[in-house]
Design a protein around this ligand. Structure first.
Ligand SMILES: Cc1cc2nc3c(=O)[nH]c(=O)nc-3n(C[C@H](O)[C@H](O)[C@H](O)COP(=O)(O)O)c2cc1C
Length: 368
């Protein structure tokens, strides 16, 4: 009996299979970070009866972007485009969460309102690239947020959640992975603050914790989720005690009865396997004992390894990234053991329908 195709409850939501569309930045939004019909087609293609869809990282607050072409929910003008996407997903019988994000220091002044410096917990030199009108360019130095600005960001996330609710989303996933703003606050390589948002693990968790509370005031805790990349180094991240930090964060999240906890396995960071890690990897297996709720695992899974991790009890669902890029009917392919299309990296970020909505469905390719 396949566990991958057995039902599971997420809070008040019923999910019929466990092949989840991972959040995937594809940078095909229209002017003003507005989602258009091309995005609606893409999400419709990847929505299946009883499935769970998580949107790409969506800019929660103006200035919180690192990639031109990413969609937003920081302005009311962006709600209708999302409504069309949510309706398309629901029509296919899927549940859809929006991933809200703030890039923090992983940005460029050309992406900032007024051309100012990107913001982060502390002013620390770091690498990484942003995508602007000039293409991929090195991030520009960030400035440190003032305490009251952090409080404003929490309120900004609540407003984005209000818009997500208006668009009809079933829930919100906060992107606290991959070196973006929440992750920058969590890990001490990027957070040297001396106010109540820096220092102890409790203080570094505070920004995320307050945002969870604010967003839950809109959706309810059982429709709010968090994505973490425990010990991830993407975005120049580091922590002097990664294991203890993420064990603390996961234990705190376990108290909140969230929709789910989404964990990226350390064997894959962002897009590429990273086998030369300097930090001790903290994987789903070790965190499961601290988190009795629903866990979604992601990172380098195949149908077989997804079955295995669910059967072991270490995760309840598995999110697929790159395979879902090139296989819009991934759940059906895995269910039937059909072969998978290869993905084309060149068209991952930005562009047209090519490499976005033109991947074939198995039955369609067989018929032609
Ligand atoms: C093109 C691309 C875009 C991505 N964008 C996001 C994103 O917006 N938010 C996020 O949390 N992770 C993002 N990721 C990471 C994926 O969600 C996933 O964790 C990663 O691809 C590993 O899973 P996979 O081996 O199944 O591809 C992205 C990955 C890729 C390849």
């Amino acid at each position: 009996m396949s566990k991958l195709f057995s039902p599971v409850r997420i809070g008040r939501l019923q999910i019929d299979h466990r092949v989840v569309l991972a959040p995937l930045t594809r940078m095909r939004a229209e002017e003003g970070a507005v989602p258009g019909p091309l995005m609606a087609e893409y999400y419709s293609q990847r929505s299946s009866r009883g499935g769970l869809v998580i949107t790409e990282a969506t800019i929660a607050i103006d200035g919180g972007n690192g990639y031109l072409g990413a969609p937003g929910l920081y302005d009311d003008s962006q709600i209708d485009g999302w409504k069309a996407i949510v309706d398309a997903a629901h029509k296919k019988g899927a549940t859809i969460f929006v991933q809200l994000y703030h890039a923090g220091r992983q940005s460029h002044r050309d992406l900032q309102p007024g051309g100012g410096a990107p913001v982060g917990p502390s002013e620390i030199a770091h690498g990484g690239v942003a995508y602007t009108e000039k293409g991929w360019v090195p991030n520009t130095p960030n400035r440190a947020l003032r305490t009251e600005e952090v409080e404003d960001l929490v309120s900004g996330f609540k407003l984005a959640a209000d818009r997500a609710l208006a668009a009809g989303f079933d829930g919100v996933e906060l992107h606290a992975a991959n070196g973006y703003l929440f992750d920058q606050f969590l890990q001490d390589g990027s957070n040297k603050r001396t106010d109540r948002y820096g220092g102890s693990q409790q203080n570094r968790f505070r920004f995320l914790n307050e945002t969870i509370e604010a967003v839950s005031s809109v959706f309810g805790y059982d429709r709010v989720a968090v994505r973490l990349a425990p010990s991830g180094s993407f975005g120049d991240m580091s922590d002097t005690n990664s294991r203890e930090l993420f064990e603390y964060v996961v234990s705190e999240l376990a108290k909140l009865d969230l929709a789910y906890l989404h964990l990226i396995e350390p064997r894959v960071l962002g897009n590429d396997a990273d086998l030369s890690r300097s930090q001790e990897p903290v994987a789903t297996r070790s965190l499961r004992k601290l988190y009795p709720g629903i866990i979604i695992a992601a990172g380098g899974f195949t149908g077989l390894s997804a079955e295995e991790i669910i059967a072991s009890g270490d995760a309840d669902l598995v999110a697929f990234g790159r395979h879902f890029v090139s296989n819009p009917d991934l759940p059906e392919r895995l269910r039937n053991g059909w072969p998978l299309n290869d993905y084309d990296r060149e068209s991952f970020f930005g562009g047209t329908a090519a490499g976005y909505t033109d991947y074939t469905f198995f039955l369609q390719s067989k018929a032609s």
